[in-house]
Design a protein around this ligand. Structure first.
Ligand code: SF4
Length: 505
């Protein structure tokens, strides 16, 4: 299960050793065939993580910096790595030059994200020259890709440590190996391991917290690398999740987001009947003002969950429901396992049960061979659903995925032009939706000062809309009522209110 590879990492950065040859003989790259054969083997849950005796305090008087790319799952993993490093005695820093350990927690979802990381690895070469004792590590989704690891081995010997998404709990031992040997330490597990429950964690902020409810994804959308980099679906036990949410409530957190690559598949791997609806129904009884979840897959979004969400209360009326495309043939090629009609039917049911729901989505433009007519179906679906906002992307082929092998006759210039047209609709709809709030009073969870103006506070509505208003800093971390005065495309401006009835989104 474990493929551990060490390659010589000469302090001379011009070493000409053929790392790749050595690497290929021992490393099992993520494989679609193997991944599809994923068995139903039992996933064990462990509660016995401990920092090994021989590494306790290796971080004393040393500092660490973790740079995080990509999704909330990576943010979550960064919190765990920070927890482990602080348990080893390291202190956090935000300054590269002060750091004794720098970890790049990477994202593989788009080529652009990967390029950024390679740019950063290149930048850090100079720092590593000046400070050879610096440990430079690469982790996260990119490290699960054979091509990435080979490229680092061949071209970036300034990297000391590479580890994947399945063995974060091994960080203390891997770090020790990197510190005390002259080798580049590479440990990437191509197969996911068990669930480790009691990993330490340093949460970012104390207002909103992420709670991971499951790991991995079994959907295998044809364009997506995640099922290979994150492994098969494994759900955490309900009691462990509920206890974590309770703890956050006890510590005064105002909002919890339940996290997973496909949260609607939660519980499918249990041998008892229990899904996301059951979990939400229990969590809504906990005294925490707001509960969210992300990300949904429409295929697994069931009626029971809709019924539970309709109970409202601390279950907010915002659902991020990635559609990816508006044409059924493209959805089929994407392996999304629903048609345009089925998606629209789901939206109809959700809106019937939760009339004030705020829907947002993800959309890919320029999937291989997308025709103009097919693209226009995305535009028409967008208008028909009436989303409040969307993340829109041009399709980016990911090596090893089925879609990357499809021939594509759509020129990039056409894809870019389609993206612009889609974004024009997204922007127009977002502004229209936001205008509905002018004059209304909304509940805002105050997150902090606005980045652009320190005299202005910023926060989110239950529907996840950003609101700016003036008020005392003592409101940070609190729920307040704000009357909306101005609607912009992506934000709302307002004035602090006290006594009005609140519009729920
Ligand atoms: S459901 Fe999401 S994470 Fe899973 S394969 Fe599809 S796009 Fe990727």
């Amino acid at each position: 299960m474990t493929n551990k590879v060490s390659a010589n990492n000469s302090s001379d950065l011009k070493s000409e050793k053929d790392y790749a040859k050595y690497f290929e003989t021992t490393y099992q790259p993520p494989s679609l065939r193997d991944a599809r054969r994923r068995g139903k083997e039992e996933v064990n849950v462990h509660y016995d993580f401990e920092i090994p005796e021989d590494v306790k305090n290796i971080g004393a008087d040393r500092k660490y910096l973790i740079r995080t790319y990509g999704c909330q799952m990576n943010e979550h993993d960064t919190e765990v790595m920070a927890g482990i490093l602080e348990n080893l005695g390291y202190e956090a820093t935000t300054v590269d030059e002060e750091a004794d350990v720098i970890l790049l927690n990477t994202c593989a979802i788009r080529e652009n994200a990967e390029n950024k990381v390679f740019g950063e690895i290149g930048h850090l070469k100079a720092l590593k020259r000046e400070k050879p004792e610096l440990i430079l590590g690469v982790c996260g989704c990119m490290s699960q890709e054979e091509s990435v690891v080979n490229r680092i081995l061949q071209k970036h010997p300034q990297v000391d440590l590479i580890f994947g998404t399945h063995n974060i709990h091994r960080l203390p031992t891997l770090l020790k190996e990197a510190l005390f040997s002259k080798e580049m330490v590479v440990e990437v597990w191509s197969k996911e391991g068990d669930i480790i429950e009691n990993l330490p964690r340093v949460r970012k902020g104390n207002i909103s917290g992420w709670v991971n409810i499951m790991y991995g994804c079994d959907k295998f959308c044809t364009y997506c690398i995640v099922p290979y980099t994150r492994g098969k679906e494994r759900s955490r036990l309900p009691e462990d999740i509920i206890e974590e949410v309770r703890q956050l409530a006890r510590h005064g957190y105002q909002e919890v987001t339940l996290l997973g690559q496909n949260v609607n598949a939660y519980g499918k791997d249990f041998d008892f009947e229990y899904g996301l609806g059951h979990l939400m129904d229990e969590i809504r009884k906990i005294g925490i003002p707001r509960i969210r979840f992300t990300t949904s897959h429409p295929r697994d979004f069931d009626d029971h969950l809709i019924e539970v969400l309709a109970k409202g209360g601390n279950l907010v009326e915002h659902i991020h429901l990635p559609v990816q495309h508006g044409n059924s043939d493209i959805l089929k090629l994407m392996g999304r396992a629903y048609t345009r009609e089925q998606y629209l039917e789901l939206v109809r049911k959700i809106k019937a049960a939760i009339p004030n729901v705020v829907l947002t989505t993800d959309i890919i433009v320029g999937f291989p061979n997308e025709t103009e007519e097919q693209f226009e179906e995305t535009l028409s679906l967008y208008r028909e659903v009436g989303y409040d906002s969307a993340y829109t992307f041009i399709y980016s082929p990911r090596e090893g995925t089925p879609a990357a092998r499809m021939k594509d006759d759509v020129p990039m210039s056409v894809k870019k032009e389609r993206l612009q047209r889609l974004n024009a609709v997204v922007n127009e709809t977002a502004l229209e939706k936001n205008r509905n709030y002018v004059g209304e009073v909304v509940e805002v969870l105050v997150q902090g000062e606005s980045k652009k103006n320190k005299d202005v506070l910023t926060g989110y509505t239950r529907g996840n809309k950003v609101v700016h208003f003036q008020g005392p800093k003592s409101l940070i971390g609190q729920l307040v009522n704000v009357r909306i005065t101005t609607a912009k495309t992506w934000t709302l401006d307002g004035e602090l209110e006290e006594m009005y009835e609140v519009k729920s989104s």
